[in-house]
Design a protein around this ligand. Structure first.
Ligand code: PLP
Length: 390
C-alpha cells in the first residue's frame, strides 16, 4: 500500500541505535578469529589507534568495553569509586540520574546538582558545590543529554574540577562522533560512549578512555574493583603488550566497530561535526517554519538529538505509529518528565543527511495535517532546503 515501505529496512531517526552502513554490517560478517589470534590482535591495535583519534586524545588507556553505553557508565564508576567516597554528579535528564544511581550502587555518597528537564546545568551552583565539598573525589556530568536534547558545555566546569584536585567524569554517549568531545583539550579524565549513536555501529560496545591521572586513581585504590568483569586493572593488561586473557573479546563486534571508526577517519572529524551541525540546523529551521516549538534554547541544542514539543491535541503514540506504519521512520518518545509531551528526533552518524531531513519534515508535516493539525509542509521544506544551498 505504501511503496516506500520495505520489509526490514527502517529509517532510524530516534535516540539510537542509528542507521548502520552496509560496510560495517559486512565487516561484522567476516569469519570469527580467536581472541588472541595475531590478525585479531592487529585489528585491536588499529581500533585503539583510531579510537584515540576519534576521542582526540593521547590517553594510552583507550579501550572498548563489552556491553552498551550503560556498561561504559558502570565501568567508569566502578573503577574509580570506592565505598564511602564522596562524588558530585549533576543531572539534567534521565542519564545524569542513571549515573547517580550507578555511583550510589558503587557505595558512593552522591552529592547532586540538578537542572529542570530541557535546560543546561546551573553552572554557578555546580561550581559552588565543588568548592563546598573539597573532599569529593570526582565530578560527573552528561555532555549530551539524550533524554532532553540538551548539550552541556564543559569549558567552564573542567578547570574548576581540576583546580579542586578532582577527576572529571563525562558521559559522551550521544556526542562522540557527532560533535567535539574535548578530552585532551579540557583534560577530561574518564569519558565513555556507546557504539550505536553517532559512531554508526550496532549496539554492543562502550568506548572508554582514562587520563593518566584517572589511571593513577584506579591503581592507587585501597580496595579491589568490586566488579571482576569491568575491572580495568585487568582489562588494560588484555589491551596492552601482555595480551593477558581476561574475557573473550566480542570479536565480530570489534570488526564492525573498527570499520565504523575507519569511516569516521575517512570523513574527518571536523567535517563530520559540521555535517551533524548543518543538518540539525536545517531540521530546526524546517520544524519552526511549520509553527512547531523546540523546548530547548538554540544555544543549548544538541546537533545529534532534537526534542520537539507536540502541538495540542496530537497524541504522541499515534504520531510515532503513523510515522512508522506509513514511512518506516522511527523516532523516540519523550522520557521522564517529557513523556507524552515531546518526540525525540535523532540525526546521528550516517543518519544525519540532508535527504533524511527533507524526508522526515515532509513525513511529519503530512502526518500532522492528516491528524488535524494544519501546517504548510511546502514552506517548511523550502526553509530547510535554503540551509543546504549555501
Ligand atoms: C543511550 C545513552 C546511554 C546508555 O546507553 P545504552 O547503550 O542504552 O546502554 C547513556 N547515556 C546517554 C547520554 C545515552 O544517550
Amino acid at each position: 500500500m505504501y511503496p516506500c515501505r520495505k520489509t526490514r529496512e527502517k529509517l532510524l531517526l530516534g535516540p539510537g541505535p542509528s542507521p548502520v552502513e552496509s560496510r560495517v554490517l559486512r565487516a561484522m560478517a567476516e569469519p570469527t578469529l580467536g581472541h588472541l589470534d595475531g590478525d585479531f590482535v592487529a585489528l585491536m591495535d588499529e581500533t585503539q589507534r583510531l579510537l584515540r583519534k576519534t576521542f582526540a586524545t593521547e590517553n594510552p588507556l583507550t579501550v572498548t568495553m563489552p556491553g552498551t553505553g550503560s556498561a561504559g557508565m558502570e565501568a567508569a564508576c566502578v573503577n574509580v569509586i570506592e565505598r564511602g567516597d564522596q562524588v558530585i554528579i549533576a543531572d539534567h535528564g534521565v542519564f545524569g540520574r542513571r549515573m547517580q544511581e550507578v555511583a550510589e550502587r558503587c557505595g558512593a555518597v552522591v552529592i547532586k546538582v540538578s537542572a529542570p528537564f530541557g535546560q543546561a546545568l546551573p553552572e554557578e551552583e555546580l561550581i559552588e558545590t565543588i568548592r563546598r565539598h573539597p573532599e569529593a573525589k570526582l565530578v560527573g556530568v552528561v555532555h549530551a543529554e539524550t533524554s532532553t536534547g540538551v548539550l552541556q558545555n564543559l569549558d567552564r566546569i573542567a578547570p574548576v574540577v581540576h583546580d579542586a584536585g578532582m577527576l572529571f567524569l563525562v558521559d559522551a554517549v550521544t556526542s562522540l562522533g557527532g560533535m567535539e568531545v574535548p578530552v585532551d583539550r579540557l583534560g577530561l579524565d574518564i569519558v565513555y560512549s556507546g557504539s550505536q549513536k553517532c559512531l554508526g555501529c550496532p549496539p554492543g560496545l562502550a568506548p572508554l578512555t582514562l587520563s593518566p591521572r584517572a589511571v593513577k586513581a584506579v591503581q592507587e585504590r585501597k580496595t579491589k574493583v568490586q566488579s571482576w568483569y569491568l575491572d580495568l586493572t585487568m582489562i588494560m593488561r588484555y589491551w596492552g603488550e601482555e595480551r593477558f586473557y581476561h574475557h573473550t573479546a566480542p570479536i565480530n563486534m570489534l570488526y564492525a566497530f573498527n570499520e565504523a571508526l575507519r569511516i569516521i577517519d575517512e570523513e574527518g572529524l571536523h567535517r563530520r561535526w559540521d555535517r551533524h551541525r548543518r543538518n540539525a540546523e536545517a531540521l530546526w529551521a524546517g520544524l519552526e517554519a511549520m509553527g512547531l516549538a523546540l523546548p530547548v534554547a538554540k544555544e543549548h541544542r544538541l546537533p545529534s538529538l532534537t526534542c520537539l514539543s507536540l502541538p495540542e491535541g496530537i497524541d504522541d503514540g499515534q504520531l510515532r505509529r503513523e510515522l512508522m506504519e506509513r514511512y518506516s521512520i522511527e523516532v523516540g518518545a519523550g522520557l521522564g518528565e517529557l513523556k507524552g509531551k515531546v518526540i525525540r528526533i535523532g540525526l546521528m552518524g550516517s543518519g544525519s543527511t540532508a535527504n533524511n531531513v527533507i524526508f522526515f519534515l515532509s513525513a511529519l508535516g503530512t502526518t500532522l495535517n492528516r491528524m488535524g493539525w494544519k501546517t504548510d509542509v511546502g514552506a517548511a521544506l523550502e526553509t530547510a532546503d535554503e540551509r543546504f544551498r549555501d
